[in-house]
Ligand binder design. Structure first.
Ligand code: DMJ
Length: 625
């Protein structure tokens, strides 16, 4: 600032007060002026160039709004007028301290090498992004930072064989029809009613919405339907909500919603899926508040109050329900850093291992209060099925470190083989049901998954039982195929019997329906992968043709009420598992083995692929940092 402009501001001589100064000689006046202006220059130099100068100016002379805001919000700042001198001093002291710190840091930095500085900048940047992510996670559910690495095989190569390529393309077109119909007529509802062309809500999910969207996410991704996947992702981001006062089935919500979200996360790496999966998983934790830690079947998501199905033997929990949480909960533990998830499911094993098992079998009912078995009903179909599946898959998903799961699986399978597996007079192997020591010679469509499970586990079978278990798997696949072949519509009934002179045929009217279930096709897919016997692809193609002929409607796909009737009577439901499982297993049946390879992926019971958690931590595809 030029000195001249400052003169009037200081002691500029005016004509009126000129008297005493007029006695100085001109040279003295000049020297005085020189000294005075030198003094002024020095003062202003000090103000502007000393470290604290600019803030001092703004703080003391100009009272910038920033400084005012600071002092008002600071501790003990009630009145801005009183005590302002004290607060100014405090502000000045803080400014000085900050300045000194910055100067020291700058000095320190100047002494460092270029590469050191660069490394520090990088580290600072990483820390900042970690802090931001951690904050975001905290806002949306206190998640730790997870570095995402896409596991191998999320996309596969085109099938070489042209016929297989065409068949796979056909399955994709079926998926498109199922999805487009849902989108058109039932968007946001749990499921689609393809005849009446409207939404359908199942009370299994309380008032959670969008079961079809979440169940279908990974199938859309796997089939490279990315526009549809993006639309589904957007719906999840904006609409998927678990904050409701409603009762849900813990099992169904776990396998479809938690499983679907986890797979979508592992395939795409999108954080929203991890966040939602953990959020929902945490909402399910109160289900374990029972004297034994065996969870309730039903849970109110708001109150956290649980109960069991009123029809389940003396208030029991159900084997296939509490025994089908393990895979998802182990991954939830990985992705959330919350050890509770693993503790809860490991405790279920502890309770089971303390109990006596009749003939080595696991009854379907267990009382969560007393820790005692309910009615002695054993089944590899409904009420029991996926418990066995999860023992094997827990071992595989743990990179074969979960020895307890392995032992429990192979021992249970041995008990099943000894006590439940039988061969019909016509040579069909089936798995019967066991009721208090008596066999009911009936096999459910649900039980047909066991062929695939046996094939998947055959390789690790103890002794030299690998070949034998593969044979059992092939036999079950054949029997289940027969249950389809022996119907008018070439689709399998809900349950088929081996008594009263029939084999692999439903005899009761209430067992003749087909609701687009996947289990038979699931077994074909596993058998194809392990044997490459072309008959499994042929059998899968037969199912495609039957689905197209009898279940496809203008408004989507529907189940049928009687597979023995000459023309279909539609039940008007497109189940969400049709998109999650049936169409996915068909697609993989006509894909190369490099798509979701079994040494890297394990499918949950709703066909949602989850990556193997590597024992060598450096190889873990997604590990908590
Ligand atoms: C699916 O929800 C799952 O496969 C479950 O384990 C059994 N039932 C249906 C499909 O049939």
């Amino acid at each position: 600032m030029p000195v001249a402009t400052l003169l009037p501001f200081t002691a500029a001589p005016s004509r009126k007060s000129a008297g005493p100064t007029s006695s100085f000689r001109l040279t003295e006046k000049f020297v005085l002026l020189l000294v005075f202006s030198a003094f002024i220059t020095l003062c202003f130099g000090a103000i502007f160039f000393l470290p604290d100068s600019s803030k001092l100016l703004s703080g003391v002379f100009f009272h910038s709004s920033a400084v005012e805001t600071n002092t008002r919000t600071g501790p003990g700042s009630g009145d801005s007028s009183s005590g302002s001198a004290g607060s100014d001093v405090r502000v000045l002291a803080k400014i000085k301290k900050d300045h000194e710190k910055a100067l020291l840091e700058a000095k320190d930095t100047l002494q460092k090498r270029g590469d050191e500085i660069q490394q520090e900048i990088l580290a600072d940047k990483e820390k900042l992004s970690r802090d931001t992510l951690a904050k975001e996670a905290k806002d949306g559910g206190h998640l730790p930072v997870v570095e995402y690495h896409r596991p191998p095989g999320t996309t596969g190569t085109e099938p070489l064989d042209p016929e297989t390529r065409d068949r796979r393309a056909k399955v994709k077109e079926m998926m498109k029809h199922a999805w487009d119909s849902y989108r058109h007529y039932a968007w946001g509802s749990n499921e689609l009613r393809p005849v009446s062309k409207q939404g359908h809500s199942s009370n299994l999910f309380g008032s959670i919405k969008g079961a079809t969207i979440v169940d279908a996410l990974d199938s859309l991704y796997i089939m490279d339907m990315m526009d549809e996947f993006d639309a589904a992702t957007e719906w999840v981001e904006k609409n998927l909500d678990f904050n409701m006062n409603a009762e849900v089935s813990v099992f169904e919500v776990n396998i479809r919603f938690v499983g679907g979200l986890l797979s979508a996360y592992y395939l795409s790496g999108k954080e929203v899926f991890r966040r939602k999966a953990v959020e929902l998983g945490e909402k399910l934790l109160p289900a374990f508040k029972t004297p034994t830690g065996i969870p309730w079947a039903l849970l109110n998501l708001k109150s956290g109050i649980g109960r069991n199905w009123p029809w389940a033997s003396g208030g029991s929990s159900i084997l296939a329900e509490y025994g089908t949480l393990h895979l998802e909960f182990m991954h939830l533990g990985q992705l959330s850093g919350n050890p509770e998830f693993a503790q809860k499911v490991m405790n279920i094993r502890k309770v089971l291992n303390r109990l006596d098992k009749p003939q080595g079998l696991y009854p379907n009912y267990l009382n969560p209060n007393s820790g005692q078995w309910g009615q002695h009903h054993v089944s590899v179909g409904g009420l029991g099925d996926s418990f066995y599946e999860y023992l094997l898959k827990a071992w595989l998903m743990s990179d074969k470190t979960d020895e307890e799961g392995k032992k429990m699986y192979y021992e249970a399978l041995q008990a099943i083989e000894t006590n439940l597996m039988r061969k019909s007079s016509g040579g069909l192997t089936y798995i019967a049901e066991w009721k208090g020591g008596l066999l009911e010679h009936k096999m459910g469509h649900l039980t047909c998954f066991a062929g695939g499970m046996m094939a998947l586990g055959a390789d690790g079978a103890p002794g030299d039982k690998t070949g034998h278990q593969m044979e059992m798997a092939a036999e079950i696949a054949r029997t289940c195929h027969e249950s389809y072949v022996r119907t008018a519509l070439k689709l399998g009934p809900e349950a088929f019997r081996f008594d009263g002179g029939v084999e692999a045929i439903a005899t009761r009217q209430n067992e003749k329906y087909f609701i687009l279930r996947p289990e038979v096709i699931e077994t074909y897919m596993y058998m194809w992968r392990f044997t490459h016997d072309p008959k499994y692809r042929e059998w899968g193609w037969e199912a495609v043709q039957a689905l197209e002929k009898h279940c496809r409607l203008e408004g989507g796909y529907s189940g049928v009420r009687d597979v023995y009737a000459s023309s279909p009577n539609h039940d008007d439901v497109q189940q969400s598992f049709y998109l999650a499982e049936t169409l996915k297993y068909l697609y993989l049946l006509f894909s190369e083995d490099d798509h979701l390879p079994f040494d890297h992926w394990v499918f949950n019971t709703e066909a949602h692929p989850l990556p193997v958690i590597r024992k060598d931590k450096t190889e873990i595809p997604n590990e908590v940092e």
